[in-house]
Design a protein around this ligand. Structure first.
Ligand code: SAM
Length: 271
């Protein structure tokens, strides 16, 4: 990417445009992804191509998804269609399933949509080999947080349920143009094998986790009052006086499964 390209395009805040300009950081990201020729790689938000070009150097083909029409025009000029398939539109509405299996998803993500995008992508976990993203450091810290601290929340539980995650390195504001106000970080997400996903109904897991963290300073016996009794929590070995952040991912799965059991039993007995 040339500096004049960065200067020509006026970055759009509403699309979360902070373009990477540090060659050293770009190299570290591409090295962490380590593309191999036949990989099925998808880049979200290629922008001015800061990552696209060095990624493509190690690939036969690359898919990109970009929402900004001005940037799409530049991408068409720069990359031949047999090397880069450009999908125009919103990554939040994109059907990643149509790109096949064993996908490697990467991107310096627009920060304003990063959380909904992570939840959207979690729906395609069975199609994904791995994902590497640049996000606000604060978001990455919440994703990889262990139980017990204030960073551990709904995002931590729902993503850790499906992925092994690792914070690779921190990227300072000076690596971008325009420079964001906060540090960023690179996270690696590897889907867990299906046999590790023990929740019998993920919607139920989501419901329990959302309720528990709806008022994170309150005790579970209050936040979960509507959906699970104190007796049921005690039977699972979970203290009703605990707060949401004190439970591990497995505890949430056990509560959700217990509720599914109860639903099924009441369906059978008509109770
Ligand atoms: N990859 C480039 C880089 O590292 O310099 C650009 C990164 S910039 C942080 C985010 C990119 O995502 C921009 O190109 C922006 O237009 C694009 N984008 C924003 N919202 C999007 C959406 N909903 N779907 C697809 N792309 C989006």
């Amino acid at each position: 990417m040339q500096l004049q390209d960065v200067m020509k395009h006026i970055p759009r805040k509403r699309f979360g445009q902070n373009f990477l300009v540090s060659e050293g950081i770009i190299r570290r990201i591409v090295d962490a992804i380590a593309p191999q020729r036949p990989d099925h790689l998808v880049e979200i938000g290629p922008g001015l191509g800061a990552l696209t070009e060095p990624l493509l150097a190690g690939l036969d083909h690359l898919h990109v998804i970009e929402i900004d029409r001005d940037l799409i025009a530049g991408l068409h000029e720069r990359f031949p269609p047999e090397k880069v398939t450009i999908h125009e539109g919103d990554a939040l509405a994109f059907d990643f399933g149509k790109l096949g299996n064993d996908l490697r998803v990467v991107g310096n993500l627009p920060y304003n949509i990063s959380t909904p995008l992570l939840f959207h992508l979690a729906g395609f976990v069975s199609k994904v080999r791995d994902m590497h993203f640049m996000l606000q450091k604060e978001v990455v810290d919440r994703m990889v947080a262990d139980p017990g601290g204030s960073e551990f929340g709904r995002l931590s539980v729902m993503l850790q349920y499906r992925f092994h995650m690792e914070r690779l390195f921190i990227v300072p504001p000076g690596a971008f143009n325009p420079a964001p106000k906060v540090d960023s970080a690179i996270v690696r997400m590897m889907p867990k094998p299906a046999s590790d996903l023990q929740a019998r109904d993920e919607a139920m897991l989501q419901k329990v986790v959302t309720s528990a963290f709806s008022q994170r300073r309150k005790m579970l016996r209050n936040t979960l009052r509507e959906i699970v009794s104190e007796e049921a929590l005690l039977a699972l070995g979970i203290k009703p006086t605990a707060r949401a952040e004190e439970l591990g991912v497995d505890d949430y799965v056990r509560i959700a499964n217990k509720l599914v059991d109860a639903q099924e039993n009441s369906a059978i007995t008509g109770a």
